[in-house]
Design a protein around this ligand. Structure first.
Ligand SMILES: *Cc1c(COP(=O)(O)O)cnc(C)c1O
Length: 395
């Protein structure tokens, strides 16, 4: 794709990162399934190692198929460059290992993805790293927690599974005023609906396992930096830690990525209708969906996102028991964790994804026992509605 013209998002999602392969001119990028690359000569090898010449050395340090995915996602997130990782957690841990040092402090969203919080509280504490996980939708609360040794403000917006948002531009301003970096986990929104770097964030990361791959068949992650300096710092740590992506994995993710915008739009259309329908259902106590004007942050969603997405959480009047009955009664919605795939998934965070978080901490961050999470897919709306209706009748 020509680098000169700034194509629209619809075009970039399909073409970004593509350069015809020089041998066969295949339209789909080749899978360079190799661990290492042959040097032309001793001098060539030496020049690649010193950086005097550009080229590939060894797949942990770079590979053309992985590079194609990285260029595509960097373009969608409008970043300087991207680094693909073996999983979303490899992206998260690489970010922590790059930007936190001994005795550093970080501030994070309370309802963060479970593992992203647990690794700080149970593993990084061993290196003297301390943390405060708080309601990052409240700027005053963030301000109060900033200390001399605070290095990082790490947010998820919308957060999982509460759909609480943080004002990314305001967080960036606050972070930069105090010399902190702002990192945003943009997995829930995808680059189609939100670009945190444009709102002032320094680094964005994704679990590509979710929307970006979108077909529930790959685990992976990616980190996108705003500047060359941040990119080089992350790259050094990633290459040493070794949480890099595999070429075949990168090819699958790139194939999934090409339909990201179509999938996100269709799923969002379904979610909007389902959220409206659920909010008037007699068995439903409450619905959390940023696309409903009743959502407390509806205006913020319109300000910083291009749409509310396809994640819904809701509670039943019958509480925990009714929730369990519902997830055991649905036939089309699949009872599984994960999200962002073409198929609709339903799960119960208190007994599943967030069961390792103590009940009190869970409830403080809005993950009540009655909360059901729905990752709406691309099926026909009527089929999804009818499936939930027959399930709700049993509650
Ligand atoms: C799934 C997820 C992760 C972790 O990603 P993996 O690919 O499972 O390692 C991190 N953040 C969010 C918001 C997620 O949904």
């Amino acid at each position: 794709m020509s680098e000169k013209k700034d194509f629209q998002l619809d075009t970039r999602v399909i073409h970004a990162g593509y350069h015809p392969d020089p041998i066969a001119r295949s339209v789909s990028p080749p899978i360079y399934q190799t661990s290492t690359f042959a040097f032309e000569s001793a001098e060539h090898g030496a020049a690649l190692f010193t950086g005097q010449e550009q080229g590939f050395i060894y797949t942990r340090l770079g590979n053309p198929t992985i590079k194609a995915l990285e260029e595509a996602v960097a373009s969608l997130e409008k970043g300087y460059a991207a680094l693909a990782t073996s999983s979303g957690m490899a992206a998260v841990s690489t970010v922590y290992m790059t930007f936190l040092e001994k005795d550093a402090h970080m501030i994070g969203t309370a309802a963060l993805y479970g593992a992203s919080r647990t690794i700080v509280e149970t593993e990084l504490v061993r290196f003297g790293i301390s943390s405060d996980f708080i309601d990052t939708s409240n700027l005053e609360e963030i301000k109060k927690r900033i200390k001399k040794n605070t290095k990082l403000l790490y947010i998820e917006s919308p957060a999982n599974p509460t759909m609480v948002m943080a004002d990314i531009a305001a967080c960036a301003e606050l972070a930069h005023k105090h010399g902190l970096l702002l990192v945003v986990d943009n997995t829930f929104a995808s680059p189609i609906l939100q670009n945190p770097l444009e709102l002032g964030a320094d680094v964005v990361l994704h679990s590509v396992t979710k929307f970006i791959n979108g077909h529930t068949d790959v685990v992976g992650g990616i980190i996108i930096s705003k500047t060359q300096d941040l990119h080089l710092r992350l790259k050094k740590v990633l290459h040493l830690l070794g949480g890099t992506m595999d070429p075949h994995q990168a090819w699958l993710v790139l194939r999934g990525l090409r339909t990201l915008k179509l999938r996100v739009e269709k799923a969002q259309e379904n979610a909007q209708k389902l959220a409206q329908w659920l909010s008037t259902h007699p068995k439903v106590a409450w619905v959390n969906y940023p696309g409903l004007p009743s959502h407390p942050q509806y205006e913020l969603m319109k300000k910083q996102m291009r749409g509310p997405g396809s994640m819904i959480s809701f509670g039943l009047k019958g509480g925990y028991e009714a929730g369990i009955k519902l997830i055991n009664s649905v036939k089309l919605c699949t009872l599984a964790v994960s999200l962002g795939g073409i198929e609709t998934l339903i799960q119960h965070p208190a007994s599943m994804t967030h069961s390792s978080v103590p009940k009190k901490t869970r409830e403080e961050s809005g993950i009540t026992d009655d909360l059901i999470r729905l990752s709406v897919g691309c099926e026909a709306y009527e089929d999804l509605r009818d499936d939930l209706q027959q399930g709700l009748e049993k509650c």
